[in-house]
Design a protein around this ligand. Structure first.
Ligand code: FDA
Length: 583
C-alpha cells in the first residue's frame, strides 16, 4: 500500500460544490486535495442557471469574468415559452430570469453581478482550473470508499481506479461533495428527511439548429405540452438551450413503475422529434441518461470533522435552477470557516454554524423546486389536458381556446393566469437572493426581524440586520466605481463605518492585534477611502454615519451597531469572540 497522503482538507467530488470548496480554500492558502471518481469533469450540461448570488461568490473568488465570457448572457435567457412543440403552436410566455422590465430593475439594484446561463460542463473547468492554479491537488479516477475520524483528523480510504489498489489520505477535515448518491453523507450518518425517486426523468443532449424557431424569442427554456408530457418528469416536456441555438437538452418524463425506457438512439430521436415538431431539422444525438426527481434534504450537514455540501445534502429537481447555485454557496459558506479553524484563529465550534446556516437553505430549496413542478399542472388544467384522453382530444382541447365563445374566453384567461404564476419558478429573485442566517457566527443586535415588505420568494429585500448579506451599493474608490461587495470579502472580515466612526476602526485594529483575525476597514464618506456619490449606501445601510457593520469573509453581516458608542472596542471584541468561539 502506498504511504498515507496528508493534507488539511480532503474534498470528495469535483462538481460545483467540491470545485468551489477547493477554489476558495486554495484562494485562502489552505492546502487541499480533491479526489474525484471519474477521469474527467462533468461531460454533460446538467445545471446551468447561475443566479446573482452565485455570480457574487464567483466575483469574490476572482473567476466571474471567466464565467461571463463562456456563459449565455442574461438577455438571451428571458422568454420562457410554453408551446405544443418547438415548431408548433405557442401557448404563452413568461419573461424570466430578470428580463421582465420591472424585475430587471430589481436585479440591477440588488447586485453588481448579472445572472447568466453557464452549463455545468463549462462551469466545472473554470472552477477546477483556477483551484489547481492556486494550489489544489486534483486526483482523477480516485474513488472515496470510507473514512474513520479521531480527535485530530480524518483518515479516508480511497481507491485508485486505474491501478485498482486502495490507499489512505489523512486530512484534518473531510468535505463530502460527492453528489446525490453521496457515500460520505451516508457513512457520516447525516439524518435526512424526504425521499429519493419521486418521479422518473430522462435527459437527452443533442445538436440541432433551431434558430428559426428560437432566435426571435430567445430563451433558455421551452416547455412542451404534448401527449405524454405529464407522465413523470418535471411538469412538462422541456427543451433547454445549452448553446444558442444549436445545442440542446431535452428533459422528458417516464413512469417510474414501468421502469426507465431503453435509452437507444432510436428512442432518443423519437422524443426529440416529438418535442421539436419539425422532422426536416437534422438532429445529432449526443447522449441520453435517466435520473429521478428527488425530494430529500439533510437536517444536519456535518458529523464532527466531516462536512457535506451540495447534492450530498439537498436533492431536488432542476426547477428554479437552484442545484449548482446552492452547492456553490454551501462551499463558500464553509471555506472561510475551515480556514480560520485550521489556522487557529477560530475554535472548531465555528464550524457548527455551517449546518445552522445552510441546512435551512437546503430545505427551502428542495421544497421550492418540488413545489414548482406541481405549479405547472394548472397550465395543463387550463387546457383541459390533465384527464386521461387521446392525443386527438388533447389537441382539440388546446384548439378550443381559439373559439369566440364565453367558455373559450374563460379558458384563455385561466391559461394566462396559470402561465403568469410560473414566475415563482422563473423569476423568483427572492428565493435566489434573500438567504438569511441565524447561528452563533451571527451576533443579534436586539432588533425585531422586520420580515419582508413584499413576497419574499419573488422580491429581494436588502437589509443590514445581522444574518443578512451585505447590501450592494455602488460606491467609488479614487473615482472608480465599485460595489460595496468589492470592498469586502477576499477571505477577510471588513468593518464598514463612516465619518465619526474612527473609534470602530481603532476597535478593529485592536481586535486584529488581540485575536489575530484580519479585519479590513472600509470608511465611506466625503474625502474618505470610499465615497458614496449617489447616496446609494446611505439609503441601504440602516446605520448612522458613525455606526458600524462587521461583515464576514462571505459578505454576510455578523454584527451591527447604529452609532459610535464609548466602548466600541469592547463591543467589537465581544462580538468577534462569540463568532470565532474564543473565550
Ligand atoms: P455533483 O453531482 O455535481 O458532483 C459530485 C462529484 O462527486 C462528481 O465529481 C462525482 O464524480 C464525484 N463523486 C461521486 N461519488 C464519488 C466517490 N465515491 N468518490 C469520488 N468522487 C465521487 N441541475 C439543474 O439545475 N439542471 C439540470 O438540468 C440538471 N441536470 C442534471 C443531469 C445529471 C445527469 C445530473 C447528474 C445532475 C443534474 N442536475 C441538474 C443537478 C446538478 O448537476 C446538481 O445539483 C449539481 O451538480 C450539484 O453539485 P454537487 O457538486 O453537489 O454534485
Amino acid at each position: 500500500m502506498p504511504p498515507t497522503v496528508e493534507t488539511d482538507v480532503l474534498i470528495v467530488g469535483s462538481g460545483p460544490a467540491g470545485a468551489t470548496a477547493a477554489l476558495a480554500l486554495s484562494t485562502y492558502g489552505v492546502p487541499n486535495i480533491i479526489v474525484t471518481r471519474y477521469a474527467s469533469l462533468a461531460d454533460t450540461p446538467r445545471a446551468h442557471i447561475t443566479n446573482q448570488r452565485t455570480m457574487e461568490v464567483l466575483r469574490d473568488l476572482g473567476v466571474e469574468d471567466q464565467v461571463v465570457a463562456k456563459a449565455t448572457p442574461q438577455h438571451l435567457m428571458g422568454n420562457t415559452v410554453f408551446c405544443t412543440s418547438i415548431a408548433g403552436e405557442e401557448l404563452g410566455r413568461v419573461r424570466s430570469w430578470g428580463n421582465d422590465p420591472y424585475v430587471q430593475a430589481e436585479h440591477e439594484l440588488a447586485s453588481p453581478s448579472r445572472m447568466c446561463d453557464m452549463p455545468q460542463h463549462l462551469m466545472e473547468p473554470v472552477l477546477v482550473d483556477a483551484a489547481v492554479a492556486r494550489g489544489t491537488s486534483l486526483r482523477f479516477e480516485t474513488e472515496y470508499i470510507s473514512h474513520v475520524q479521531d480527535a485530530d483528523g480524518v483518515t479516508a480510504t480511497v481507491k485508485d481506479r486505474m491501478r485498482g489498489d486502495t490507499y489512505e489520505i489523512r486530512a484534518r477535515y473531510l468535505v463530502g461533495a460527492d453528489g446525490a448518491r453521496s457515500r460520505v453523507a451516508e457513512n457520516a450518518g447525516l439524518p435526512t428527511v424526504g425521499r429519493m425517486g419521486v418521479a422518473g426523468s430522462i435527459n437527452i443532449v443533442f445538436e440541432a439548429d433551431l434558430s428559426k424557431y428560437t432566435a426571435h424569442r430567445p430563451s433558455t427554456l421551452y416547455w412542451v405540452l404534448a401527449p405524454g408530457a405529464t407522465v413523470g418528469g418535471i411538469g412538462a416536456g422541456l427543451v433547454r438551450c445549452v448553446r444558442p441555438w444549436k445545442e440542446w437538452m431535452i428533459v422528458w418524463g417516464y413512469d417510474l413503475d414501468a421502469g426507465a425506457p431503453d435509452l437507444t438512439e432510436e428512442y432518443a430521436l423519437s422524443v426529440v422529434r416529438r418535442l421539436i415538431g419539425d422532422d426536416e431539422i437534422p438532429v445529432k444525438i449526443k447522449s441520453s441518461s435517466a435520473w429521478t426527481v428527488n425530494h430529500l434534504y439533510a437536517e444536519r450537514y456535518a458529523d464532527r470533522r466531516v462536512l457535506c455540501a451540495g447534492d450530498a445534502v439537498h436533492r431536488h429537481p432542476p426547477s428554479n435552477g437552484l442545484g449548482s447555485n446552492v452547492s456553490i454557496q454551501d462551499a463558500y459558506n464553509l471555506a472561510w470557516k475551515l480556514r480560520l479553524v485550521l489556522d487557529g484563529t477560530a475554535a472548531a465550534s465555528l464550524l457548527d454554524s455551517y449546518s445552522a446556516e445552510r441546512a435551512p437553505i437546503g430545505r427551502q430549496t428542495v421544497d421550492r423546486a418540488n413545489q414548482s413542478i406541481g405549479e405547472t399542472a394548472p397550465v395543463f388544467e387550463a387546457l383541459n389536458g390533465l384527464t386521461p384522453q387521446t392525443p386527438e382530444q388533447l389537441w382539440a382541447n388546446i384548439a378550443a381556446r381559439k373559439d369566440a365563445t364565453p367558455a373559450a374566453e374563460k379558458q384563455r384567461e385561466r391559461l394566462r393566469e396559470a402561465i403568469a404564476f410560473k414566475v415563482y419558478e422563473f423569476n423568483a429573485h427572492g428565493v435566489e437572493m434573500n438567504q438569511r442566517y441565524a447561528s452563533d457566527a451571527i451576533v443579534p443586535d436586539g432588533t425585531e426581524d422586520p420580515g419582508f415588505d413584499r413576497d419574499p420568494e419573488l422580491h429581494h429585500q436588502p437589509s443590514t440586520r445581522p444574518g443578512a448579506k451585505l447590501p450592494h451599493a455602488w460606491i467609488t474608490q479614487g473615482g472608480r466605481q465599485i460595489s460595496t461587495l468589492d470592498a469586502s470579502g477576499h477571505g477577510r472580515f471588513t468593518l464598514f463605518t463612516g465619518i465619526g466612526g474612527d473609534g470602530w476602526i481603532r476597535a478593529a485594529e485592536a481586535a486584529t492585534k488581540a485575536l489575530g483575525v484580519e479585519i479590513a476597514g472600509a470608511v465611506i464618506g466625503p474625502g474618505r477611502q470610499y465615497e458614496d456619490p449617489y447616496g446609494d449606501w446611505a439609503r441601504v445601510r440602516e446605520i448612522g454615519d458613525a455606526g458600524a457593520l462587521l461583515v464576514r469573509p462571505d459578505n454576510y453581516i455578523a454584527f451591527r451597531h447604529t452609532t459610535a458608542p464609548d466602548d466600541a472596542e469592547r463591543q467589537l471584541s465581544e462580538a468577534l469572540r462569540r463568532i470565532l468561539g474564543r473565550d
